[in-house]
Design a protein around this ligand. Structure first.
Ligand code: G3H
Length: 537
């Protein structure tokens, strides 16, 4: 397999995906102003190498500002001022008005689809199809969020009466939110916390992921013009220079972070009043697929290839280890290898491509270390070309048999390595899950309802979602997405996200003529924005 030949020369890049110039981005957004950065910049290297004669050079596609703690604190101050202890224009606005601002943003965002999709391909190597899907799914998520908030507001517009007390209960914002997303879904995962945070009336400091940063640039102007100053502030730079100092001020009320549990732990600890910090975290995972002896092998193989290797295994929900029953291990592994070998390596824009270059520096070396360690402890690479590496390419490796001496048995590889272990007794599988540090999802493939039922009960208190005859995944976005142990904190879904970025506040009074009159007057004369029976259609 000649992976090197997958990299194009300049002429081989289709004009539809060509980047016209180097994207040197020096703007950042604070307090409604697009500021120009004069300091040091971080080069943005694409995972794509370009052939130049006999040489291959990693393409630099742009650069982003390396802001310092000073700018990070300015951004935080702007968000704090815009929130103004809950009396700012944004948190005091009616739900209908806030929805209007978000709709305005969405219209402008949709105009940038092509630009953002192109940058997704160049920056993180996501296939064109998946990059388009990420963009569209994000727009749909925002639309669904608006619908869910309208529903929520309608339900809150009435009064409840209980034990001689009447009250109106509404959800109100928490304060200042810091939103940080991951490089594998730099748009979708970030916006699926950013927009619920905004629309509920919080003000936000948003720091894009480590990679997948330039693609936010086409949206900066839409942010600037769609929201009042200070409501959304976008900063860039190294986490250690910018994020820790913001946490240390104690002025952050909500921390929305998709990344490692180690990173989340450190940042949470930096906050001086941890009881005042609400965290919504999407963290590490080691999702397991269980292949029972009566599984439909074609379906299991198909779902495991998709589950373990779509976007080169760089999904938090990816299947990261497979336990196959020993009665069918040979057949399963041979079919799986056959399917893996059909995956076509290529550029993100190539038609039908299944394997693309990896964006993280040092990633192929890390994956190679995992393979060497597994081989040293007795595993074999089962598929042709498994683990073949050239520059940023790593051809998927199916490893068998894996055991608890190997790093791959416990570590989240977040890449194209598929470790397989065989099992005989159900207890072996259950024990792995009980002792795992992670608890996001798992998949069970089989037909025997008695065994599946037994597994469901064994795992329901261990993971956030059990998939039957299907790969692990986040969607549909209306379903709860969470995890246990080191895998997550809080639950996200279109409706859950509205709840996690808000708190219920209520007005209550004893039911008597005097109080009914006061409440009636407030509503009739529109003397309060909170206490109101207005209904959003
Ligand atoms: O990386 C984690 C994503 O939330 C996974 O979403 O299952 O839709 O790929 P997905």
């Amino acid at each position: 397999m000649n992976l090197l030949s997958c990299y194009p020369d300049e002429q081989g890049i289709p004009s539809s995906v060509k980047l016209n110039s180097i994207q040197d981005q020096n703007e950042y957004l604070i307090n409604g102003e697009m500021l120009k950065w004069q300091g040091s910049m971080n080069p943005v290297l694409s995972p794509v190498f370009i052939r130049e004669g006999n040489d291959y050079k990693q393409k630099q596609i742009g650069s982003t500002p390396l802001l310092t703690s000073k700018e990070a604190l300015q951004a935080l101050d702007a968000a704090v001022a815009a929130y103004d202890l809950g009396h700012g224009r944004w948190p005091m606005m009616t739900v209908a008005e806030r929805i209007h601002h978000v709709e305005n943003f969405l219209t402008k965002m949709k105009e940038k689809r092509q630009e953002v999709v192109k940058l997704l391909m160049w920056e993180i190597g996501k296939t064109q199809k998946d990059s388009e899907k990420e963009f569209d799914r994000t727009c749909d998520y925002i639309i669904d969020t608006i619908h869910a908030l309208k529903d929520l507001d309608r339900r809150s517009s009435s009064f409840v009466q209980e034990q001689g007390i009447m009250g109106q209960i509404r959800r109100v914002p928490l304060g200042v939110a810091l939103c940080m997303g991951p490089y594998n879904y730099p748009l979708n995962e970030t916006f699926s916390t950013l927009f619920p945070a905004l629309i509920m009336g919080n003000t936000v400091v948003f720091k894009p992921a480590k990679y997948g940063v330039l693609l936010i640039r086409p949206l900066l102007e839409a942010f600037r013009t769609s929201f009042p100053p200070g409501v959304i502030n976008v900063i860039y730079g190294r986490g250690r220079d910018t994020v820790g100092v913001m946490m240390e001020t104690g002025k952050i009320d909500v921390f929305a972070f998709i990344g490692t549990n180690k990173g989340a732990n450190e940042l949470k600890k930096a906050h001086p009043k941890s009881h005042r910090l609400k965290a919504i975290l999407g963290l590490d995972a080691k999702n397991l697929a269980i292949i029972l002896p009566d599984a439909d092998l074609d379906n299991a193989v198909n779902e495991c290839v998709l589950g373990a290797l779509s976007f080169n295994g760089q999904r938090c929900t990816a299947i990261k280890i497979i336990f196959v029953h020993q009665h069918i291990q040979e057949k399963f592994i041979s079919k799986l290898c056959e399917a893996v070998n059909k995956l076509k390596p290529g550029m993100p824009w190539d038609a039908g491509v299944g394997i693309t270059p990896l964006p993280e520096p040092g990633k192929t070396e890390y994956l190679k270390e995992l393979l060497d360690d597994a081989v040293k402890h007795g595993a074999k690479i089962m598929n042709d070309n498994g683990g073949a590496t050239v520059n940023t390419f790593f051809y998927p490796a199916v490893l068998f048999p894996v055991n608890d001496k190997m790093r791959i048995y416990f570590e989240e590889q977040f890449g194209p390595v598929v470790p397989i272990r065989s099992f005989e007794r159900e207890e072996e599988v259950i024990e792995y899950i009980l002792n795992s540090n992670f608890g996001q999802q798992l998949s069970i493939f089989g037909k025997d309802s008695k065994i599946i039922g037994h597994f469901i009960d064994a795992f329901a208190n261990q993971v956030g979602r059990i998939n039957i005859n299907a790969q692990c995944q986040r969607g549909p976005d209306t379903f709860p997405f969470n995890g246990r142990k080191d895998s997550a904190e809080g639950t996200l879904s279109v409706t859950d996200a509205l709840r996690v970025f808000s708190i219920r506040s209520l007005v209550a009074t004893k039911i008597n003529e005097e109080n009914k009159k006061i409440i009636g007057n407030i509503i009739r004369n529109r003397e309060s924005a909170f206490l109101s029976t207005d209904y959003i259609f």
